[in-house]
Write a protein that binds this ligand. Sequence first.
Ligand SMILES: *Cc1c(COP(=O)(O)O)cnc(C)c1O
Length: 357
Amino acid sequence: MLKVHNFSAGPCILPRQVFEKSAESILDFKESGLSIIEISHRSKDFVEVMDKARSLVKEILNVPDTHDVLFLQGGASLGFLISAYNLMGVNKTGGYLVTGSWAKKAAKEASFMGNSIIVGSSEDKNFNYIPKGYSISNNLDYFHVTSNNTIFGTQIKSFYQGTTPLACDMSSDIFSRKIDVSNFDLIYAGAQKNMGPAGTTLYIFNKKILGNSSVPIPTMLDLKTHFEKDSMFNTPPVFAVYASMLTLNWLKNNGGLDFIEKQNEKKANLLYNQIDNSSLFKGTANLEDRSTMNVTFTLENDDLNETFNNMLADAKINGLKGHRSVGGYRASMYNALSLESVELLVNVMNELEIKKG
Ligand SMILES: *Cc1c(COP(=O)(O)O)cnc(C)c1O
């Protein structure tokens, strides 16, 4: 089979064994003669999958008993709205750290049911840094941040620690590094960046937020609805949950966050070193805020783009085109991308350097 090195931003690369096991279970799930996508979501076999997926999240992230975990639908984009609905308190005000286009979209959704305050923004420099030194006024019901800015290649290295409830869109770096879940009232993440196929969205929340919103919440957007039904209020996205469970199992069996965090740092250092020591490439993100997941860079001389693109294609490196709002290149290096794939990319960049640098 053709081996392609997938640096795509999402949907993303998953472990080979997840694809194999998923393919097998599409045809015959647990030797039942039935497909994983045709069995009842209320069957014992599927309930086991859902329970296993939820418990793996708890185990890998060390989720405290105060918190619970759900697998819902709608993507992180619906999470913008769900987070605002569930966290609106007496002030009907959410604060937002606007570090990219996703954060901006999240801030917009809050304005549908309350006030959405921009606490800090890096839009002045096309989101190439993480604002710091902002102050949180005490009339905020919650403070919302985006841990990793998939498009602009920046990442929050240390999270807000104050008393205002913290909400986080962790779509593109969840399970990539250790986090202290107890610090967050709500975390949500679309599966397709680092956990599984598109179609399910992970929610991790402090149970104390349930039923405490100051605004009426439509049934499907109320986390309490899904919590009370163990993530089975309506038909869950069975295949996406199943494949996510397989990925989480792979992560657990491969050293968990201790291992993957080191591995992701290794991959990122390798690529950033190549960029920093290059005469042709230039990183676009502020040094101290650079993401380990999405590395954004440009070729200073546009005339070299075609040569570089052809070299990438020859090396079977896929998905390196930057987002249209930044241009240039973006290497997304999610958990399942191997160190060897990054080494290959670095070699290709080096070759260009030798030819043209
Ligand atoms: C991809 C992404 C989203 C959007 O996710 P959907 O599941 O497509 O709605 C939101 N936030 C971040 C940080 C992302 O990377």
